[in-house]
Design a protein. Structure first.
Length: 376
């Protein structure tokens, strides 16, 4: 699959090209930069505007085969001379139109800063300084990064949830976009954990997806700004939460995902493991179901349907008592003694199916930390 280049690489390339045209007086059609991953990036330069003291140009984002909402957008850099060359030499980076502003703690940049992350900032500065040295320029340069379509596109990203307002982020740790990047998803989970930690949360409240988040909000009144969506990466999320110093974590999700924890499966994506019916049939047999009932479960197409057979057979409670006991065992094993983990599993049809011993207490404490009163 074809790789792409990050918004950080695009910003650095545009910044270098604009600096070259400003200081060298020569129009550039392409520019080459180094990426942190070690490769080169040599994009076309578009939309060039040259003035006496500033140059603006753009690089078009290339996402490769990654389904990125920013694919094809133009990322601009405007480079401007600032002051005299005496005692200069600074490279000052700021955001412009369509670049978001950080409004909550716990992210790569402090509250109030433009959402241009540390690695892209270093890339921009390093590439621009090469040009300054080439032309023996000793003054200051201001680099303004802008994305004219950034405000609209930001609504399709994680930025509103992370508290980045007004535009997209200029990001990337390697400069390269890997198709369907697991790394990018895990980095987003890490950012959300760090953010709620910075907001004072002592319990990491986590759910795999939007439905689980809605369940937490609708049934417990929990503030979703203080919850983290972990997708399929439950094991990785446990590891990161423990590394960050969380001592407790509460996981809440739909039976279709979390039943896999009963088998010790910590990445719940179907391409990693999809043994939901086998696990539910095993729990049913363990709790006295007939061979016929187990066969019915194996023929189900969803965990909701299988839970319906538990209800039909009158074994819902004993099955989920057993499932939650084994789930707690595997979660504790993954936590390795560094973090206490409780779990709640629900279904759309039957509500709360099961919870580990201290799950309710964890929710109550988490809500107390969020400044709201707990209600059953």
């Amino acid at each position: 699959m074809k790789k792409g280049f990050t918004t950080g690489s695009c910003a650095a390339a545009a910044g270098k090209a604009a600096a070259y045209m400003l200081l060298g007086g020569v129009r550039k059609e392409r520019i080459e930069i180094d990426t942190p991953a070690g490769g080169k990036y040599c994009p076309l330069i578009e939309e060039t505007e040259i003035c006496e003291d500033c140059v603006s140009c753009a690089v078009r984002k290339e996402a490769g085969d990654d389904p990125d909402v920013t694919d094809g957008i133009l990322i601009f850099a405007k480079v401007r001379r600032m002051g005299s060359e005496k005692d200069g030499g600074r490279v000052m980076i700021k955001g412009g139109e369509g670049v978001g502003t950080v409004t909550r703690p716990g992210l790569d940049q402090p509250v109030g800063a433009y959402a241009i992350n540390s690695v892209p900032r270093r890339m921009i500065e390093n590439e621009v300084r090469q040009v300054m040295e080439l032309f023996d320029y000793r003054g200051d340069l201001e680099i303004e990064i802008s994305v004219p379509d950034g405000k609209r596109l930001s609504k399709k990203t994680f930025n509103p949830r992370l508290g980045i307002e007004g535009g997209i982020s200029i990001i990337g740790t390697t400069g390269i976009v890997e198709p369907m990047s697991t790394e990018a998803l895990i980095e987003t989970i890490r950012l959300e954990l760090g953010q709620i930690k910075a907001l004072g949360a002592e319990i990491a409240v986590v759910s795999p997806g939007n439905y689980g988040m809605a369940y937490i909000k609708n049934n417990f009144g929990y503030d979703l700004d203080r919850a983290v969506k972990c997708s399929n990466y439950i094991g990785k999320t446990i590891d990161m939460a423990a590394d960050m110093g969380f001592r407790r974590m509460l996981l809440c999700g739909h039976v279709g995902k979390l039943i896999k924890l009963y088998g010790g499966i910590m990445n719940t994506h179907s391409r990693e493991a999809d043994c939901r019916m086998e696990l539910m049939a095993a729990a049913a047999l363990r709790c006295g179901a007939s061979e016929s009932a187990a066969r019915d479960i194996l023929n189900c197409v969803s965990a909701e349907e299988a839970a319906g057979i538990y209800v039909r057979e009158g074994i819902l409670k004993p099955c989920f008592d057993h499932i939650m006991e084994r789930t707690a065992f595997y979660l504790d094993k993954r936590g390795g003694g560094r973090i206490g983990i409780e779990c709640m599993i629900y279904s759309d049809s039957f509500g709360m199916l099961g919870e580990t011993e201290k799950a309710g207490a964890f929710m109550k404490e988490a809500k107390g930390g969020a400044g709201t009163a707990f209600e059953n």
